[in-house]
Design a binder for this molecule. Structure first.
Ligand SMILES: [Zn+2]
Length: 147
């Protein structure tokens, strides 16, 4: 797996699993491996109860957002937020995880975006995306693609 250079990371990209809230990290890891990834594509996973679990190590680039993996940390929240709302527990964990991740990243211009800001996808679902917008706004995304 390619290394992630944290000094280049300027995006925290939020996803949903587009699956039931009961989806586990182990399931997602299996799905991603079946797609040929070396490991689960996300760095962090928040399960249906709001528990934060580490996916792929931050030492490595994720596999969660085409063209953006070199410059981003990927967080997935279990659920299909086109259909249902994230729970309060999931949101509490997500906001805390985003703040902790921001503190860990060397750049001070880190943006919080949804997968849909970078590609033709509904991810992370309207319900979660609207909450992201409320909280962080949606900054203009630099379309640079360095693979
Ligand atoms: Zn996504």
């Amino acid at each position: 797996m390619k290394r992630l250079d944290l000094s280049k990371v300027d995006q925290i990209i939020v996803h949903h699993t587009a699956s039931p809230r009961s989806t586990t990290l182990a399931q997602v890891r299996r799905w991603h491996k079946a797609r040929g990834f070396d490991d689960v594509g996300y760095h962090w996973f928040i399960d249906g109860k709001g528990r934060v679990q580490q996916g792929r190590s931050l030492r490595y680039r994720g596999a969660h957002c085409a063209g953006q993996n070199w410059r981003s940390v990927g967080i997935a929240v279990a659920g299909d937020f086109e259909l249902v709302e994230p729970t309060e527990d999931q949101l509490t964990s997500l906001w805390a995880l985003i703040e902790a991740t921001r503190k860990q990243l060397p750049r001070d211009d880190v943006q919080v975006t949804g997968h849909r800001d970078h590609s033709d996808s509904v991810c992370p679902g309207d319900h979660l995306y609207d909450l992201l917008r409320e909280r962080f706004g949606i900054p203009p995304v630099d379309g640079e693609d360095h693979g």
